[in-house]
Design a protein around this ligand. Structure first.
Ligand code: FAQ
Length: 316
């Protein structure tokens, strides 16, 4: 620590670059450029907010789950998302962020969360499709982040990905069960797939050409792949899964391209993405308002916990 304090900014920067070159982790004790710190906090906070807001669409179905088994599974899944949010808020604190401030930014619309959680969950099939496609897209995006340069984030990702992969399987199993059911159940699954497919592709972020952060984040090894690379990987993974399930994706341009060795797919509606990200999606206002109310209703718990902690330390 003393040695680090004696180093010039130039040496610290060299040390930072050297750590990245060697593919080693940046840790909370290390000096980082201010822009790296800001980028990491933005990305981790947006991810944490997504996990917490992401509890709402499926949480809506806990009281209406069709059986005790499905209710128990859904409760456990939604609780896992809360846990993910908490690790990630803790990870932002290692870079000097303040969780109360981040929550304030979320409920006042100054910080983003994933666009996907601004769509409504209309039937129970949506719970299965969120598990299959939304958790599937999250895994596809987050597995490479287990090798992200910031140690606390990369380590959080390992556990999060393990849990997300269980979530994805439960979604697929739910849909498989519905597809073996009645005609009405199969139609319900296809309808949910039609509504969630395009928003799932938007989760990977804007196309590379319009992604202001990708180049720098790749250079800092925060991101290991571009948005378009991961989106393509997700499409390639999902098509055979849809075939196994017996559903189709709502994209007439979706077709195997032998030359590229990938599926071609149609143009994403980026105007819709921009609308949703800027707060005008179908459920943005409702999601943020719900979060704001829950935060206010929880004030007494935070106060009681703070007094208890102070008592334990003998301060009160
Ligand atoms: N929605 O320059 P880029 C989950 C923003 S967790 C909203 O490409 P970047 C688990 C972006 O922040 C899902 N905003 O940015 C679950 C940036 O904002 P700025 C969340 C988006 O960071 C499952 C601007 O647009 N996962 O699903 C979106 O290099 C089921 C420009 O974009 C993560 O957060 C979007 N879709 O790449 C929970 C993973 N895309 O700078 C419950 C970690 C972009 O204007 C149920 N994050 N923006 O403030 C990442 O991998 C990256 O941050 C990207 C964006 C890939 C999301």
């Amino acid at each position: 620590m003393t040695i680090l304090a004696e180093l010039s900014e130039e040496d610290l920067e060299k040390y930072f670059e050297h750590t990245l070159e060697k593919d080693q982790r940046i840790e909370p004790r290390d000096w980082v450029p201010e822009a790296y710190r800001r980028t990491m906090i933005r990305m981790m906070a947006q991810h944490a907010h997504s996990e917490i807001i992401g509890m709402q669409p499926e949480g809506n179905w806990i009281t209406r789950a069709p059986s005790l088994r499905r209710k128990a599974i859904l409760l456990a899944k939604v609780q896992d998302e809360a846990g993910h949010g908490l690790y990630l808020y803790s990870a932002t604190e290692t870079l000097g962020a303040d969780r109360t401030d981040l929550t304030e930014r979320l409920v006042t619309g100054r910080q983003k969360y994933s666009s996907i959680f601004n769509y409504p969950t209309l039937t129970f099939a949506d719970v299965g499709v969120i598990g299959w496609l939304v958790d599937g897209a999250a895994i596809c995006n987050q597995v490479p982040l287990c090798r992200s340069s910031y140690g606390p984030y990369a380590r959080a990702m390992i556990r999060i990905c393990k849990e997300e992969s269980f979530h994805q399987r439960q979604g697929f199993e739910l849909l498989m069960t519905m597809m073996r059911g009645t005609r009405a159940q199969r139609d319900m699954v296809q309808d949910a797939v039609n509504r969630w497919w395009w928003p799932s592709l938007m989760m990977f972020g804007p196309p590379d050409a319009d992604s202001p952060n990708t180049e720098q984040s790749m250079a800092w090894k925060i991101k290991r792949h571009t948005n378009d690379e991961l989106r393509q990987r997700f499409v390639d993974m999902s098509v055979p899964q849809a075939e196994a399930l017996g559903v189709t994706f709502p994209d007439p341009a979706l077709e195997w391209n032998a030359e590229r060795g990938h599926y071609d797919f149609g143009e994403i509606d980026w105007a819709e993405f921009k609308q949703v990200v800027s707060g005008n999606g179908p459920c943005n206002a409702e999601r943020v308002e719900h979060r704001r109310r829950a935060h206010e209703d929880g004030a007494w718990v935070r106060e009681a916990a703070a007094v208890h902690a102070a008592k334990q330390e003998g301060k009160v």
